[in-house]
Design a binder for this molecule. Structure first.
Ligand SMILES: Cc1ncc(C[n+]2csc(CCOP(=O)(O)OP(=O)(O)O)c2C)c(N)n1
Ligand code: SF4
Length: 554
C-alpha cells in the first residue's frame, strides 16, 4: 500500500478522493481549510483544469457553509458521493440543512468533516461538534491519528450509504494540523482512480419535508437510533481493554495523548495496568462504557472539547460508588486543549518538563505593513473623531482594527453580523453608526442584512473593505469583489447616490475622510466600498504570502 506524509486534514481529503467523490464543498476556516484545498489541488493536477472538472471532482469554494452543505447534499441526492468541510463555527451557519438532512436522508455517501478548535488558536469559541452530531442524531467518527483520519473517512462514506444518513468526521486542530505517514488504500496516490458508480434515484419522495413526510421521516430517524447504537458497540473504532481497576475513557485525539502519557511513565516504570476505552465512533457505546465502569473504581474521562461523554455518564444522579473524573470534576481543566502532560498529571504519572507557551515571546497579531485596512480605519477614525461612533465590525484581517492605534472595531460576534447589528443600533436611535465588513464576509452573510437595511433606509454607514481576497484564511478567492461587488450592492437596493467607492491609500486620506464624513452625515443608508487589494496578492505564491504576514488565520 502506498504511504504518504499527510496532515490530519490531508488524511480526510485523500480518503475522500479514494472514496470516489464527485465533489468537495467548503467555505474556508481554520483548521479545516486544508481539507478542501488538498482535494482541489489534487483534482486540478490530475485534470489539468482550473476547476478540476476533468478529474471528475468538482471543487469550488462556496459562498458560506450553509451553501456548501446544501450543494453537497444536492450532489448526494443526484447519486454522487460528496464531502463538505468546515470549521466548527461554520456548522452553526450550516445547522439548518445539516439537522434536516438527517430526516431526509441521503442517496450517495455524504461526509461532513468538521474541525474543532479547542484552545481557540484561531477561533471565536471552542464549541464541540459532537453535540451537533448528537442533536441531529447521526453517526460521528472521531479519529485519534492521521491514519485514522484516512481510515475513518473512507469508512464514513460506506457507512453513510449503509445507514442512509450523513456521517460526521470530527477533527481537532492538533490533528488537522500535524503530519504523520498514512498508508493508503490501493489505487490512491497515482494508482487507478476509484470508480464509484452514480447511484440511481430512489423511488418515493423523502426529501420534501412537508409535515406529513417529515413526521414519517423523523419517526424513521428515531427508529434508526437503535441500529446506530448497536453498530457503535461493535465498531472497531471503539475498543475496550480491561486491565487494572483504574480506567480511562479516551475520545479521539485524547487517546493519543493517553498513549504518550503512559509511554513517558512506562519507560520510567509507571503503571501499565490502566483499563482503557477508546472511543472513535458515536453514538456513545453505552454497553462498553458500562463494562468499563463495572470493572473500575476510578474512571478518568479525557475528551478534547466539552465534557460530552462525562456529562452523559454522570447524568443527573452520578455513578454511586465510583470516582468519575474529568473536566467537570476539575481533574482536567474546564477549558482549552488537553495534552499528554495534563493526562499524566490527572493520572498521577510523571509529566515531562516541557516548555510552556509562557516561555515563548509574545507576538500579538497585527495588520501587515501597507495593509489597505489600515488606511480605511485611519479615514474612518478621522471622519468620526469626537462623535463617539458605534463601530460594528466582522471577522477577517480587519478585526485587528480593534488594536491600538486604530481602536476602530467595537464588536465582532460572528461572520456577517456587523451590518445587522449596525441596523439594530440605528433603530435604537444611535448615531453615528458605522460597520466594517470584508468582501468575502459580505458574500458569506452580509448581503442578506443589507437588503433589510436598504429597504428601511437605515441611518447608518456600511464600509465594505474590498481587498479582492479572503485574506485571513490564506488568500482564497472571493465571490464578491471589484465591479461584481458594486453590482451586487446596487442590486440589493442601495441608492446609487449613496454608494461611494474609495481607494484606501495614504495619498487619498483627506479625500476619503471627506467622503466618509458626508456619508455619515446623510440621514439614511450609505455604503462605501473601500477598494484596494491585499498587499500579498502581489506576492507570487501563496506560501510566500502566508509566510509574509502575521495576521492570524481563523
Ligand atoms: C462561520 C465562519 N466561517 C469561517 C470563518 C473563518 N474566517 C474568518 S474571517 C474569514 C473571511 C475573511 O475574509 P474577508 O471578509 O474578505 O476579510 P479579509 O481577511 O480579506 O480582510 C473567514 C473565512 C469563521 N471565523 N467563521
Ligand atoms: S494579509 Fe492582507 S488583508 Fe490581511 S493584514 Fe496582511 S495585508 Fe492586510
Amino acid at each position: 500500500m502506498p504511504m504518504k506524509l499527510l496532515l490530519g486534514d490531508g488524511g480526510v481529503a485523500q480518503a475522500a478522493i479514494d472514496a470516489g467523490i464527485g465533489g468537495a464543498f467548503s467555505y474556508p476556516g481554520t483548521p479545516a481549510t486544508e481539507i478542501f484545498e488538498y482535494i482541489a489541488d489534487r483534482a486540478r493536477e490530475a485534470g489539468d483544469d482550473d476547476h478540476a472538472e476533468a478529474a471528475g471532482i468538482s471543487a469550488h469554494w462556496s459562498a458560506n457553509e450553509k451553501v456548501a452543505y446544501e450543494e453537497a447534499l444536492g450532489m448526494s441526492y443526484a447519486g454522487r458521493r460528496a464531502i463538505v468541510s468546515m470549521k466548527h463555527v461554520g456548522l452553526n451557519v450550516a445547522a439548518d440543512p445539516f439537522v434536516n438532512s438527517a430526516l431526509t436522508g441521503i442517496n450517495a455517501g455524504l461526509v461532513l468533516a468538521v474541525a474543532d478548535d479547542p484552545g481557540m488558536h484561531s477561533s471565536q469559541n471552542e464549541q464541540d461538534s459532537r453535540y451537533y452530531g448528537d442533536f441531529a442524531q447521526i453517526p460521528v467518527f472521531e479519529p485519534a491519528t492521521q491514519q485514522e483520519a484516512y481510515d475513518f473517512t473512507l469508512r464514513a462514506f460506506e457507512y453513510s450509504e449503509e445507514v442512509g444518513l450523513p456521517v460526521m468526521v470530527r477533527l481537532v486542530t492538533r490533528l488537522s494540523h500535524s503530519r504523520a505517514n498514512v498508508r493508503m488504500r490501493n489505487g490512491a496516490n497515482g494508482g487507478e482512480k476509484p470508480v464509484v458508480e452514480q447511484r440511481p434515484r430512489p423511488t418515493g419522495n423523502s426529501w420534501t419535508l412537508v409535515p406529513s413526510i417529515a413526521r414519517t421521516r423523523y419517526a424513521a430517524l428515531v427508529e434508526a437510533q437503535r441500529r446506530l447504537h448497536e453498530d457503535a458497540q461493535k465498531s472497531p473504532m471503539n475498543k475496550l481493554t480491561l486491565a487494572g481497576r483504574r480506567g480511562v475513557i479516551a475520545c479521539g485525539i485524547a487517546h493519543n495523548y493517553l498513549l504518550e502519557a503512559k509511554s513517558m511513565s512506562d519507560g520510567g516504570g509507571g503503571p501499565g495496568d490502566l483499563s482503557i476505552l477508546k472511543i472513535g465512533h458515536y453514538p456513545v457505546p453505552t454497553s462498553l462504557v458500562r463494562d468499563l465502569v463495572a470493572h473500575c473504581d476510578d474512571i478518568l474521562i479525557a475528551e478534547d472539547g466539552y465534557p460530552f461523554v462525562e456529562k452523559k455518564l454522570l447524568g443527573v444522579l452520578g455513578v454511586p460508588g465510583k470516582r468519575i473524573r474529568g473536566r467537570l470534576s476539575g481533574d482536567l481543566p474546564a477549558t482549552g486543549e488537553l495534552s499528554p502532560d495534563l493526562l499524566a498529571t490527572a493520572l498521577g504519572l510523571p509529566a515531562r518538563a516541557t516548555r510552556s507557551h509562557d516561555d515563548l515571546a509574545a507576538r500579538p497579531p497585527q495588520l501587515c505593513r501597507g495593509c489597505p485596512h489600515i488606511d480605511s480605519f485611519k479615514a474612518i477614525v478621522d471622519a468620526t473623531s469626537g462623535a463617539a461612533p458605534f463601530l460594528f465590525s466582522d471577522i477577517g484581517c480587519y478585526t485587528l482594527g480593534v488594536m491600538p492605534p486604530y481602536r476602530a472595531v467595537h464588536s465582532c460576534v460572528d461572520m456577517g453580523s456587523s451590518i445587522a447589528m449596525a441596523h439594530g443600533a440605528a433603530r435604537a436611535g444611535a448615531h453615528p453608526v458605522l460597520c466594517t465588513i470584508g468582501d468575502s464576509t459580505f458574500a458569506h452573510s452580509g448581503m442578506t442584512p443589507l437588503i433589510g437595511a436598504a429597504q428601511q433606509d437605515a441611518n447608518m454607514t456600511v464600509v465594505i473593505l474590498d481587498n479582492s481576497t479572503t485574506a485571513m484564511t490564506g488568500a482564497q478567492g472571493s465571490l464578491t469583489t471589484g465591479q461584481r461587488l458594486i453590482d451586487v450592492v446596487r442590486g440589493l437596493g442601495v441608492k446609487p447616490e449613496h454608494l461611494h467607492v474609495i481607494d484606501p491609500h495614504p495619498s487619498k486620506h483627506a479625500e476619503n475622510v471627506a467622503i466618509i464624513t458626508k456619508a455619515v452625515a446623510h440621514r439614511g443608508l450609505s455604503v462605501i466600498i473601500s477598494d484596494r487589494e491585499c498587499i500579498h496578492l502581489k506576492v507570487k505564491t501563496k506560501a510566500e504570502a502566508t509566510a509574509a504576514h502575521v495576521a492570524p488565520s481563523a
